[in-house]
Design a protein around this ligand. Structure first.
Ligand code: HEC
Length: 204
């Protein structure tokens, strides 16, 4: 009777030890993929997707605290062009060299839009990033309002007004002087010196 009980315990320990050793060996002896071009680990995609979804379901805000109006969308364009386009691309342009070499590939967000995700889901991803994918967390870099502005832009990517679309497709160089920046910088018409703005432009 005693030995039968011991046998069960032994069996349990062995049952735990073998998979643990196998998993250790898988990583220790170089079977786990580490190059970005390698195929995903068994269950890697499923586990990562499941964990992400569960966390977002419990944490993402249900709605945006600011409206998807033109000023917010234009502000979103500036943020997108500066911080996101290098990986997520621009409308009508091929994926960048950086995007092509990443694993997982960053989705080209004006080709495969996230317009059917709740905006709170996109906001959660922008703020927190997505671990081990190259998707950065922007919490340290963007204000809460900025994170919402760029999330609103993406959530409405299928139905953007013409002004916002044209701001998105400005050439990258000289983006700081693009018309999209005007509402923020030119709104104060009481500025006497505005007449001399073009000669002094480079001095800004
Ligand atoms: C260095 C590259 C990189 C930059 C810069 C980047 N991302 Fe990402 N992003 C990724 C990758 C890679 C993924 C895919 C993650 C995955 O497969 O789960 C991703 C995923 C996403 C997703 C989820 C897409 C989906 O289909 O569910 C959103 C939304 C997103 N990023 C928004 C942004 C925004 C907004 C910015 C800029 C503020 C940004 N990203 C900047 C690499 C990047």
């Amino acid at each position: 009777m005693r030995s039968g009980f011991g046998g069960i315990i032994f069996g349990i320990i062995l049952g735990l030890l073998i998979p643990a050793l196998a998993a250790y060996a898988y990583f220790r002896f170089g079977y786990a993929p580490v190059a970005t071009s390698a195929a995903p680990m068994p269950f890697e995609k499923m586990a990562a997707k499941m964990a992400l979804k569960a966390r977002i379901n419990s944490e993402a805000p249900k709605s945006a605290p600011i409206p998807a109006d033109e000023p917010n969308l234009l502000a979103g364009v500036q943020i997108y062009r500066q911080d996101c386009a290098v990986c997520h691309g621009e409308p009508g342009k091929a994926a960048t060299n950086i995007a092509k070499g990443m694993f997982p590939n960053p989705p080209q967000l004006f080709v495969h839009t996230v317009s059917d995700d709740p905006v709170g889901t996109t906001y959660w991803k922008v703020v927190n990033g997505i671990r081990m994918t190259g998707m950065p967390a922007f919490k340290p870099a963007l204000s809460d309002t900025q994170s919402w502005q760029v999330s609103l832009l993406l959530a409405n990517a299928d139905t953007l007004p013409a002004s916002v679309l044209s701001a998105l497709s400005q050439p990258m160089t000289g983006a700081a002087n693009a018309p999209a920046a005007a509402p923020g910088t030119n709104s104060d018409t009481s500025n006497d010196k505005s007449g001399s703005i073009s000669p002094k432009h480079s001095g800004k």
